[in-house]
Design a protein around this ligand. Structure first.
Ligand code: SF4
Ligand code: SF4
Length: 533
């Protein structure tokens, strides 16, 4: 299939915020090319034991649903209302104050009122009221209730796959209503009748099959890591080890497969390898747990659990003490917010203690998994690394707080501490676009595909405008972040809105500055760009 051409950026920025003439319930969804993602391919659904595998596309009139699809969804909704108190609460408590309305990057970028978080939630709430509340059953539309029709289902699909589950809206809601949780429920219900997108389902299926989203076999993982070790040798003159599936290592290191297989993630991965070599860490990669990302988060709670279990099963099999996790976004939401009650507590692992500094990571007492930014910031703070920030003098850096580490973990200071120690030119973006108020890349939660490019560019526009501001003011040419999806999606976003700004991981920046024992004089950074003398 060919992808829809997207308008040029000066046209796309002309956003029409005038609401449609018709009320929201009477405004049908328009599956315009460039604004939605292709459906899950049947073989991937079959592989994951998901219902209703078939050939279909969202723009088709007939979605080939099971005959009793309404009953399946309403039964699924009932089960989830009973099981998840948060879901029931979020269906009941919104007071429609509107504080969240203009906080979603998809609303800002599209002007579509159904992308206001309050209205996105209403898509599901209206059905909840109709079938699960007395007023809704009695008064129907007057009570904000509506029947579950095929048009409603199509609307769910369109708008729940135009939400990146970034949780920015929840920061501004006086009741803490978390639209990401509502979107997750919406997607979960859609999955019950086989309505999902391939950009989510295929990585999840690949993860089961070979251990990682891209479906790379163990030999391929090993080859890539060894290629990176060769590149490190070329740049630094230091030969680093590539420990893989090493039983009895102290630490299992898990990172998203985007770090092994795609630029610019590979430079971040080289950064981890250089760091671990320099401090003499007894660690291992794994070809079984060769993926930190968890696309279950964009599918269903059951799928989150199934995928996350692999990491912990591998830690147990290898007999490591604890797990260190790389620069990933949603992996950390899973670990930080769900792991403990879903797969944990991981009592067969030890409470993480840095073998280099002796620091006890009490925050990881239960999950036994430490974020690389915490680990590295601790090394710097305890004086265990020699850094020459001048080696990054050709770069002017700004930092994008990736939604999940920032909002789901509160990991705000550690990456900044590393950046400030590794470079001399760091510039923050506007205050209301960073830290817990950070703006999404516009393509997380499985939306980073090419067919959905117009929505991605619209949704990412507010983030891009904040980068543009620091580019114009300070000459910023690099956007650092700690998420593999962001590294991929922000690259397209910058090329479209702010050409000249490249994207990098924080550990790439660190590795440029890292002085290694026995290294040769460095003349280039990890990308081969010439250093300023
Ligand atoms: S979670 Fe993010 S993408 Fe979804 S409605 Fe809220 S702000 Fe928008
Ligand atoms: S801010 Fe919260 S309470 Fe107010 S409209 Fe949005 S979701 Fe409802």
């Amino acid at each position: 299939m060919s992808f829809a051409k997207i308008p040029k950026s000066d046209q796309l920025i002309q956003i029409n915020y005038t609401p449609p003439q018709t009320s929201w319930m009477e405004t049908p969804v328009d599956f315009r090319p460039g604004t939605w993602s292709y459906s899950g391919v049947a073989k991937n659904l079959t592989y994951l034991d998901l219902p209703n595998p078939r050939a279909w596309q969202p723009a088709d009139v007939d979605w080939k649903l099971p005959e009793n699809w309404q009953a399946i969804i309403l039964e699924g909704m009932k089960e989830r209302l009973e099981k998840y108190r948060s879901f029931r609460l979020f269906m009941d408590v919104c007071v429609r104050c509107g504080a969240c309305a203009d906080k979603c990057h998809f609303y800002i970028g599209t002007g579509d009122p159904k992308n206001m978080p309050v209205l996105r939630a209403e898509l599901l709430r209206s059905v909840y009221r109709r079938y699960f509340t007395t007023t809704g059953k009695l008064f129907g539309k007057l009570a904000g209730a509506r029947d579950l029709t095929i048009d409603v289902l199509k609307e769910w699909f369109y708008y729940f796959y135009q939400c990146t589950e970034c949780r920015r809206c929840s920061v501004f809601c006086p009741y803490g209503i978390d639209q990401a949780e509502i979107t997750m429920m919406g997607r979960e219900l859609l999955n019950l009748v086989g309505c999902n997108i391939n950009w989510v389902i295929e990585p999840a299926a690949n993860c089961f099959r070979t251990g990682n989203h891209l479906g790379i076999q163990p030999g391929g993982v090993k080859d890539m890591l060894e290629f990176m070790a060769d590149d490190i040798f070329d740049r630094t003159g230091v030969r680093v080890d590539v420990p893989i599936n090493k039983k009895g290592a102290d630490i299992l290191f898990v990172t998203p497969s985007g770090d092994y297989f795609a630029d610019p993630g590979t430079y971040t991965c080289m950064g981890y390898m250089m760091l671990f070599h320099e401090i003499g860490l007894n660690y291992t990669f794994s070809t079984y747990a060769s993926e930190g990302g968890n696309f279950g988060l964009f599918t269903s709670h059951e799928m989150v659990k199934r995928l996350n279990a692999k990491i912990y099963a591998e830690a147990k099999r290898l007999g490591v003490k604890w797990i260190l996790g790389g620069e990933c976004g949603h992996m950390w939401r899973v670990i930080h917010q769900y792991m403990d009650t879903m797969n944990g507590p991981a009592e067969y692992l030890s409470e993480p203690v840095s073998p280099i500094t002796g620091t006890r990571f009490e925050n990881a007492k239960s999950t036994k998994m430490v974020h690389i930014a915490e680990f590295t910031a601790d090394l710097i703070q305890k004086g265990k690394l020699k850094l020459d920030p001048r080696r990054n003098d050709h770069l002017k850096i700004t930092y994008h707080d990736s939604c999940n580490p920032a909002r789901a973990m509160g990991l705000l200071e550690e990456p900044r501490f590393i950046i400030q120690n590794a470079c001399n030119h760091f510039y923050e973006m506007a205050e209301d676009t960073i830290r817990e108020k950070t703006l999404c890349c516009g393509a997380g939660a499985g939306l980073g595909n090419d067919e959905n490019m117009e929505t991605r560019m619209r949704g990412g526009m507010p983030r891009a405008m904040a980068v543009k501001q620091v580019k114009e003011k300070h000459g910023v040419n690099r956007l650092a972040c700690i998420c593999a999806i962001d590294r991929a999606t922000l690259t397209s976003l910058m090329d479209y809105w702010v050409p000249g700004v490249k994207v990098m991981g924080v550990h790439e920046l660190l590795a440029n500055a890292l002085i290694m024992k026995g290294e040769k004089e460095r003349t280039t950074d990890l990308r081969g760009e010439t250093l300023i003398k």
